[in-house]
Design a protein around this ligand. Sequence first.
Ligand code: AMP
Ligand code: MG
Length: 323
Amino acid sequence: MKKERQTAIAAVTAAARLCETVRQQRSQPLTKQDASPVTVADFGAQAIVCQALAANFPEDPVIGEEDSSMLQQPDRQEDLTRVVNLVRNILPQATPEEVLQWIDRGNNEIASRYWTLDPIDGTKGFIRGDQYAIALALVENGALKLGALGCPALPIDPSHPEGQKGVLFLAVRGEGTQMLSLGDPTPTPAKVNPTDDPQRLKLITSVESRHSDRDKQKALAAALGMTLPALRMDSQAKYAAVARGDADLYTRIPPPDRPNKRENIWDHAAGAIVLEEAGGQVTDLDGKPLDFSLGAKLTANRGIVASNGAIHDRVLQFTQQEN
Ligand code: AMP
Ligand code: MG
């Protein structure tokens, strides 16, 4: 996995730099057909990561969140130019045609070996000035092999939230999770806090209240005897927070109006392996492992339980009986 690891670190670091450039420009978001927001940084980051994967692993398909159709519309010429200019900060020779092709390299079908990419996970957090992540993972035969989670806005030292920011979490199956600060690439291991003491346990949940069933999350926290207030954070940075012991439990419970909601693979692949290799555990609400062999969605899995490992079985006792 040496070449995979190096490629993932370089690609996610470059994409993170691109995203932070856009944040400094405070540009207006665009709106996708499904009404969700997207920015020029989502497209630019997908182009950068897919270019790196195409150059190093030309046989590997990529399943990414974005496609170029919106940027090809006649009234989007200006946005395309902005994306191309952002990509040119990293790849000076890039042409508009190449940028569109790189973005669309992320629209493959899954295969026995594939990469999955969320170029900006937590776009709403990105726009708000909060947390977001660049999430890239490698899957072989339905199982996670490598995950790179770039968190450009995450404080390096959680006890100094206003201090230096930007952490990349890199996990390889069987080799643990490493944290690299985006400025200083000396790795340090990430480890969960394996506590089951209810007074110390911390729940972490989405900022967007529609993304999970808040009432059930509260009932679960009460059943576990948790007393500390829940942390709120956008994106897969939540997995990273559990992986380094800032929090102990992240659940995604489908809201009552959408009980059959299924998760996208790119919203969980990188985060899940980062947490597992840091000593945590990730299953669905029924205790089943996440199955990444079925397509762009986790169709065989209901919701998510991501924990420090120590409390996983107790959480499942609650979520399994809830169904
Ligand atoms: P988070 O930042 O963890 O709240 O979630 C971000 C992810 O939530 C995005 O990548 C979307 O795929 C997903 N998402 C968007 N809208 C919804 C929704 N209404 N319910 C559940 N998840 C959603
Ligand atoms: Mg996402």
